[in-house]
Design a protein around this ligand. Structure first.
Ligand code: AZC
Length: 832
């Protein structure tokens, strides 16, 4: 009987159980070799940027083989896959995450140290990939991380913007926008795939061909064609076996040119449209929740949808040829908001005009292939496109939309016979001075599932946004509460807390976040509390340095760090926080010995360049900060810091250091929020309204471990229905009156009285649409509770630990499993 005899040499001790077998020595060798062969320099003269590039190249050596292995496996097994169409992917930096996923972070750090470099310093050399605005784009990034980590076949499709979200600087207190040139000097993480280039038709006209057999055929003669060149970013799953891709399309001018159409007069502005080809993927639209309403934005949307569908079709045909009976079985296309809606009529066009299917067959496949995620109820964010624009840019798609609408309105007639008001309300076309296409309605009609992003939001989608559609197709509507990847948002960004957790309960939690509940018994233990608060304090000390470097403001780590980081929007109510800061400032001026634990209020926010009031709020925060930070009378009790250029990599520094997490939207307006999850996971206590996912965070963490305030969703509705009058609060609460009147003086803007009045005007003359004044008192009371509780460090530590312990639900892995169960029906595919 043969037993194993050969004694294998023990592999070099790896930092993690799952880590690749790459020793520190091997990593060093790879970095130095790449310094020579990839970067063309050497260890003596290499810049930090080159060292970073060489480290990235060393990581890629490990990633690329897994990438091809994954692609081969998916091809051979011919698995059903999800195609995540999103105009935004807010990836941030990739080095830390890729190393974490491969289990090589410690070895890489050690290798670099032995070569004379700190990995944390080199990490700063990497520009953020900021191809998104905010929550929606970051969610897409967390989702593709989880899809790969859970071994699901998936591909993300988006645009390879030359410029991501603008870089924000602050000058004299005001936001200045500068272009973001993230790949000016190349990007080591991406691979260009010219062999998969696609052509995208635009403009022109539609010809009706009368066939001899009496049938009709539609032929689109495009006025111009642009090229889409794909760039692939490998997405390394946690523990590294699946490497999926994010495929981003870049636009280029095409050699192909329809001279016939041109001569026939369909191609009007040759020069303009030639330029268009190069500009389609130039910039990300910096509008969060409102639409640019520009032709270029529509072209962007169509461009990336058309390229992606062609790519999907190419892969489908490789396995199934022209037999489309398996299309919906193999392919699910998730629409991240309405931005990729035009994919629906595009797939209809491809099936009918290019593949020869009839309407019924084509429509049946479409309706079983698309699913749509709604991210907001704000009416200004619900996309509508003028009919004339479609007529010009996508004439064939307009015809198809009309036909979808005609058939859909027949269904409406069947459901509500003779009810014309219903038809007017539900029609895909909004009638009026300017006829508009309602993209949300088209999404609901063309998709087999529609989901909101938190429980309360999904209920409002059914009850308020699409009530008739819900009546027609109740089974279409589902909820999938958002989540965040714990790999980036705890393991990588908060190494101190991460090691403490792993030392206490083991290291499985990044892949199974509900394991964190094992921390609960430690919440009461003095020794653990001490270590937990020590990690927080060290994170705060690090942030103190960052704040000094970025703003010159000196803050104390002993103060409560109160953090409000998100896009600037009235509904998110940064100005509620500001008014409360003014109230605290007054109270301290009146009574400098007031019983109050010192606080540092930290803000990070970009405003859409055209959003005037949002920019005025940024200006006001900065002016108030200047005054307060330099007022010796209250010194050190209150500090206000606006950190410029808020982005993913800055969030990674702020979140681990937060004591209080400000989640103060008007109830019913924040669909979910994801920053709320990140901060609670890292042990910040939420100061929040009962809105979005805050409600579910309260269910998990316990209301006693948060500071809940303000009107509920129903109370907000009631208040508005009764006829809300902000003046009642102005005259009814002397503190509100005092802080609002303060904005009219020149106290914060010497020599310029009224420079901050825009906020007061919006709250009084403007009617205070987001009920800032109605929630002010309750907010102020909640802050008193928080301040009081912080003095009892044990009680605070216990609540903070219980937050971390009970955030398991909010891993994006759980969100993805919910999508799989409720919408995608995918199967895991193991990659060897
Ligand atoms: C955001 C929602 O405002 C936020 O509540 C949610 O958590 C996030 O999506 C992810 O679902 N919406 C957007 O970012 N919207 C746009 C157009 O950017």
């Amino acid at each position: 009987k043969k037993t194993t005899t050969a004694k294998k040499a023990a592999p070099a001790p790896a930092a993690e159980g799952f880590a690749l077998d790459v020793s520190v020595e091997q990593f060093k060798e790879s970095i130095v070799r790449n310094l020579n062969t990839t970067l063309g320099t050497d260890a003596e003269k290499a810049s930090d940027k080159a060292w970073w590039g060489a480290t990235a190249a060393a990581v890629n050596e490990l990633v690329f083989s897994r990438l091809s292995q994954t692609q081969k496996t998916h091809l051979n097994k011919d698995t059903r896959a999800v195609h995540y169409l999103s105009l935004e992917f807010l990836m941030g930096r990739l080095m830390g995450n890729n190393l974490q996923s491969l289990g090589l972070f410690e070895n890489a750090a050690q290798a670099l140290k032995e070569l004379g470099h700190e990995i944390t310093d080199l990490a700063e050399e990497e520009p953020d990939m900021a191809l998104g605005n905010g929550g929606l784009g970051r969610l897409a990034a967390c989702f593709i991380d989880s899809l790969a980590s859970l071994n699901y076949p998936a591909i993300g499709y988006g645009i390879h913007y030359e410029h991501g979200l603008f870089r924000q600087t602050i000058q004299q207190g005001r936001q200045i926008e500068r272009p973001d040139s993230w790949r000016e000097y190349g990007n080591p993480w991406e691979i260009c795939r010219p062999e998969s280039t696609q052509e995208v038709p635009l403009f022109g006209y539609v010809e009706t061909v009368f066939e001899n057999d009496g049938s009709l055929r539609k032929v689109w003669h495009p006025g111009s064609v642009i090229k889409g060149v794909p760039w692939d970013i490998p997405i390394v799953g946690y523990k590294g076996t699946t490497v999926n891709i994010l495929r981003l399309w870049e636009s280029r001018a095409s050699e192909f040119f329809d001279w016939d159409a041109f001569n026939a007069g369909a191609y009007k502005d040759a020069q303009g449209e030639q330029n268009l080809a190069e500009t389609v993927s130039k910039v990300l639209y910096p509008n969060d929740e409102t639409e640019a309403g520009k032709q270029l934005r529509l072209v962007q949307q169509y461009f990336f949808c058309a390229c992606s569908l062609k790519d999907i079709m190419r892969r489908y045909k490789r396995a199934h040829g022209d037999d489309f009976s398996k299309y919906a079985e193999q392919i699910v296309i998730q629409l991240n908001d309405t931005h990729p809606t035009v994919a629906i009529p595009e797939l209809m066009r491809v099936f009918m005009d290019e593949e020869g299917l009839n309407w019924e067959d084509a429509w049946a496949i479409c309706q079983q292939s698309f699913a749509y995620t709604n991210h907001t109820l704000l009416p200004e964010a619900l996309e509508k496109w003028p009919v004339y624009l479609f007529e010009r840019v996508l004439p064939r798609h307009l015809e198809i939309i009309y036909e979808i609408n005609r058939r859909f309105l027949d269904e409406v007639e069947a459901q509500w016979p003779g009810d014309d008001a219903k038809k007017i309300k539900l029609s895909l076309i909004e009638e009026g001075a300017q006829r508009m296409i309602r993209m949300g309605n088209l999404c609901v009609v063309g998709s087999y599932k529609v989901n909101g992003v938190a429980a309360v939001h999904s209920e409002l989608v059914k009850a308020d946004l699409f009530p008739e559609f819900y009546e027609m197709w109740p089974e279409k509507f589902v909820n999938v509460t958002n989540g965040v990847t714990p790999r980036r948002w705890l393991k990588a960004c908060n190494p101190r807390l991460s090691s403490l957790i792993s030392d206490t309960i083991g290291s499985d939690w990044p892949g199974q976040l509900d394991k964190l509940v094992a921390l609960k018994p430690y919440a009461d233990k003095a020794a653990f509390q001490k270590k937990y608060m020590q990690a927080k304090r060290e994170n705060k000390l690090e942030l103190v340095n960052t704040i000094r470097e970025l703003t010159g403001v000196e803050v104390s780590p002993d103060a409560i760090f109160d953090v409000l980081i998100k896009r600037l929007h009235e509904y998110k109510r940064q100005h509620l926080n500001l008014l409360h800061i003014l109230a605290l400032y007054r109270r301290l001026l009146e009574n400098p010995n007031m019983d109050f634990h010192p606080m540092v209020f930290l803000f990070g926010a970009k405003a859409a360049p055209g959003y005037k009031l949002a920019k005025e709020i940024i200006f006001a925060i900065n002016k108030v900060a200047d005054r307060i930070n330099n007022d010796p009378r209250i010194k050190d009790k209150l500090k206000v810091v606006f950190l410029p250029n808020y982005r993913v990599s800055l969030a990674e520094k702020l979140i681990p250091a937060a004591d209080l997490s400000e989640q103060i939207s008007t109830a019913g307006y924040e669909a979910s929020g994801t920053g709320n999850m990140k901060m609670a996971l890292n042990g910040a206590l939420t100061m929040g309204t009962m809105d979005g996912a805050n409600i579910e965070i309260a269910e998990e963490a316990g209301e006693e471990n948060m500071f809940i305030f303000g009107l509920s969703v129903d109370e907000v509705k009631e208040t508005k229905a009764k006829g809300y009058n902000p003046w009642d609060y102005y005259y009814g609460n002397p503190e509100i009156k005092a802080v609002l009147d303060w904005l009219d003086t020149d106290y914060f803007t010497p020599g310029e009285p009224g420079a901050l009045s825009a906020i007061k005007r919006s709250l009084l003359d403007g009617g205070d649409p987001y009920l800032v004044l109605a929630d002010f008192e309750s907010y102020s009371e909640a802050h008193k509770r928080a301040n009081e509780m912080y003095k009892d460090q044990k009680a605070w530590a216990k609540s903070a630990i219980l937050n971390t312990a009970q955030m398991g639900k909010f891993t994006s892995d759980r969100s993805i499993e919910d999508y799989v169960d409720r919408i995608w029906s995918l199967k895991k595919c193991d990659v060897k």
